[in-house]
Design a protein around this ligand. Sequence first.
Ligand code: NAP
Length: 242
Amino acid sequence: MSDPFSLTGQTALVTGANTGIGQAIALAMARAGARVIAAGRSPCTETVALTGGEFLLLDFADPMAARDVFAARRIDILVNNAGIIRRADSLDFTESDWDAVMDVNLKAVFFTAQAFAKAAVDRASGGKIVNIASLLSFQGGIRVPSYTAAKHGVAGVTKLLANEWASKGINVNAIAPGYIETNNTEALRADPVRSAEILSRIPAGRWGQAKDIGEAAVFLASPAAAYVHGTVLAVDGGWLAR
Ligand code: NAP
C-alpha cells in the first residue's frame, strides 16, 4: 500500500531555500522522498548538500524571474517561501520599502504560481502549491506595513487560485507560520521586551522551529492533502487561538 504522506517520485521547487523555513521545508521534502530544487538569490550550498538536490538561481527582485522555469522541466510541487521584511513606523515608511516587499512577498508569489500552473495545465499533470503566509495574513502587526499588506494578499491570492485551479488538479494552500526562530525574527528576539511579550502569549510556550513548518509543508504537498484547497494553515503554537 502506498504511503499517502510520501513525496517519492515528485520534484519540489522551494524558493528561498538557503536558510530558515525554506531550508527546513527543502529538507523535510527530501526526507519524504522528493527531489529538491533549492531556488533563491543566494547559493543554497548547504541545502543542496543536505538534500542531494540542485540549486537554481532565482532573484525575485524581478517578480517574473520564474517565468520560464516550469515549461522547461516537470516540477510537481512549488513552495513560494522567499520573503523579506522591512520595519519602520508607518509615518516614515518609504515607497522603496513598500515596493521591495510587495515585489518579493506578493507579486512574485502570484506570477511564480501562474508560471507553475500554466505548465501543469499544459501537461495535465496537476500539482501542489504551498505559499508561505504569516500571522500577519490575519493580524495587523506593528511597523511592518508592506509586509502585512503582502501577507494579507498571499492569503487572498491562495484562496482565489484554489477556486480557479482546484478543478484542474492543482491544490493551492498556504501555511501561516507563527513566531519562528530565523533571520526574519532576529530583531524581535534581540529586543528583550518584545521577545518576552511574544513568548508569554504562545500557548505552546516556545518559539517555533523552522522544522515545525517543514513537516506541515510535506503534508500539504502530499497525496494526503488531495482534498485540501484554499486553506491557510496556522502552524503557530496556538497563537491565533488565544
Ligand atoms: P529567512 O531566513 O530570512 O529566509 C528568507 C529567504 O528568502 C532567504 O532564503 C532569502 O535569501 C530569500 N529571499 C529574500 N529575498 C529574495 C529574493 N529577492 N529572491 C529570492 N529569494 C529571496 O527568513 P524565514 O523566516 O525563513 O522566512 C521564510 C518565509 O517565512 C518568508 O516568506 C517569511 O515572510 C515567512 N515567515 C516567517 C516567519 C518567522 O517567524 N520567521 C513567520 C511568518 C512567515 P537570502 O538569504 O539571499 O536573503
